[in-house]
Design a protein around this ligand. Structure first.
Ligand SMILES: [Zn+2]
Length: 236
């Protein structure tokens, strides 16, 4: 039997029990075990992990731990090394709609299974958003974030902070239903689909080329502006 000690920093403590937070945690193990494996055995998914030191030396997730080793494990810094394109776990439909409102490319279906989610994330180089740590611990998941909150607005704020998205917000250009980019459309072309008041008060329209949903700067747009303001103000 070997024994190692793990100290987690910053938001990685969110994954630990109260008595483990900010403490060197003792882990007993047999056979060859990597930092990644032991960290995950403590409940910390590898996509959340950034810098690793073992006995004060630079290490990685793949560093094999020896008896008596001490690991210091830091969260991935905010921001990101890849384009912020996402795939969302089931039941995150509201978060997907909010992210699309702000212009972010989000794959979401409520019937993907775990394997499809993980493999699509890998194949398309997308960031997997989930509340399920087990899913994020899958080997093929390179980029992911475990949502802490159950509330979709708070989740949105978490994602914006984690991936430093404030400056990348481009509202009103993506379909909330199906993620396609919207295209401008002449009012005349959609006239027969507009309500009388919409016809009267609005002249600029966009359409989703996939699902044909029409968008204009009405009440939806104001709601969205409110959301954008809220998300950008939270950052100050
Ligand atoms: Zn659409």
């Amino acid at each position: 039997m070997s024994t190692a000690y793990f100290l987690f920093f910053g938001r990685l403590n969110d994954f630990l029990n109260r008595e483990q937070k900010e403490q060197a945690i003792r882990v007993d193990f047999r056979e060859r075990q990597s930092v990644k494996h032991l960290a995950e055995s403590l409940g910390v998914p590898h996509p959340e992990i950034g810098a690793v030191q073992v006995n004060g030396q630079e290490g990685t997730l793949n560093t094999i731990m020896q008896d008596g080793d001490r690991a210091e494990v830091h969260p991935v810094p905010n921001g990101g090394s890849i384009e912020p394109r996402f795939i969302l776990d089931n039941h995150l439909g509201r978060l997907a709609a909010y992210l699309r409102m702000l212009g972010f490319d989000c794959l979401y279906q409520n019937d993907y299974d775990d394997e499809e989610l993980a493999e699509t994330a890998q194949r398309e180089g997308r960031i997997l958003l989930s509340r399920d740590r087990r899913l994020l611990m899958r080997k093929v998941v390179a980029y992911g974030y475990c949502l802490r909150s159950l509330d979709s607005i708070e989740q949105l704020a978490e994602v914006i902070q984690r991936f430093d998205l404030t400056k990348r917000i481009v509202p009103f250009h993506r379909c909330l239903r199906c993620n396609h980019r919207l295209e401008p459309v002449e009012k005349e072309a959609v006239l027969d689909r507009l309500e009388p008041l919409t016809k009267l008060y609005f002249d600029e329209f966009q359409i989703c080329p996939a699902c044909k949903q029409i968008y204009w700067k009405g009440s939806h747009y104001e709601q969205m502006q409110g959301l954008v303001r809220r998300m950008t103000e939270d950052k100050r």
